[in-house]
Design a protein around this ligand. Structure first.
Ligand code: C5P
Length: 240
């Protein structure tokens, strides 16, 4: 349910953090910076420590190229990969076909990135998309669903909209989550550069399946303790 974002610029720091957290309590996300510097070898080392890896490379290219890249990624044995939904229906269909054999043999998931949270209405307009971010998220999420992908990455603020309009099963993976202890405005609160944060409990209550959390875990004095308190918050939310 928790995915720890390993946003490091070298393999040693990523592995040091990974050895301080329990793979039963969290999956890990390897993004563009870490993968570019540390590559498949790091993914294999994380897997040998028992972690399920979400390879967050957000592919966006012509269908044939995306299919090839996804096959290469899935061959590493990762649990989840992703593409930009704005690559369009043909690219999404190619992504689904490329991953299908891996889903069958190893349960590999492929999800679509909807609208980056760095994009607001003005940014969308600048690239010729004259709708609100919420409308665009829903539109792209529908394309992802129609193409048969497993779900989307979106802001926790948009999960409610997705749950209301798109039938399950459809995974929602949400960054922009800050534990209650670090909620903006709370004592010692820290949102880092995230602007629209939600607590783990609120994100789960809204219908999030997986919470992507980076710095509140990776920069904590005791990362496992930080993770435990987030897991407790999530479990309490599920019970209530
Ligand atoms: O440290 P923090 O919890 O803010 O890390 C969030 C992670 O989720 C980072 O890896 C960031 O790149 C990623 N992410 C995000 N917002 C998006 C998409 C991805 O914060 N819209």
């Amino acid at each position: 349910m928790i995915i720890t974002a390993l946003d490091f610029n070298n393999a040693n720091d990523a592995l040091a953090l990974a050895s301080r957290i329990d793979p039963q309590a969290s999956r890990v996300k390897v993004g563009k910076e870490l993968f570019t510097v540390a590559g498949p070898a790091l993914v294999e080392q994380l897997q040998s420590k028992g972690f399920d890896v979400f390879l967050d490379l957000k592919f966006h290219d012509i269908p044939n190229t995306v299919a090839g890249a996804l096959k290469a990624a899935a061959s590493l044995g990762v649990w989840m990969v992703n593409v930009h939904a704005s690559g369009g229906p043909a690219m999404l269909a190619a992504a689904r076909s490329a991953i299908a054999p891996f889903t069958e043999s190893a349960g590999t998931r492929v999800i679509g990135v909807t609208v980056l949270t760095s994009m607001d209405e003005a940014q969308l307009k600048a690239i010729g998309v004259a709708v609100t971010p919420e409308q665009q998220v829903l539109h792209l999420a529908s394309l992802v669903k129609e193409a048969g992908l497993d779900g989307i990455v979106c802001s926790p603020k948009e999960v409610g909209l997705i749950r209301k309009n798109i039938d399950g099963p459809f995974l929602t993976v949400t960054p922009g989550v800050r534990p209650t202890a670090t909620k903006v405005g709370s004592a010692g609160g820290k949102a880092d550069d995230q602007r629209r944060v939600m607590t783990p409990a609120d994100a789960i209550a809204a219908g999030s399946d997986f919470l992507v959390i980076g710095r509140p875990i990776t920069q904590a004095a005791d990362p496992q303790q930080a993770l435990d308190s987030i897991v407790n918050e999530v479990q309490a939310a599920i019970k209530s």
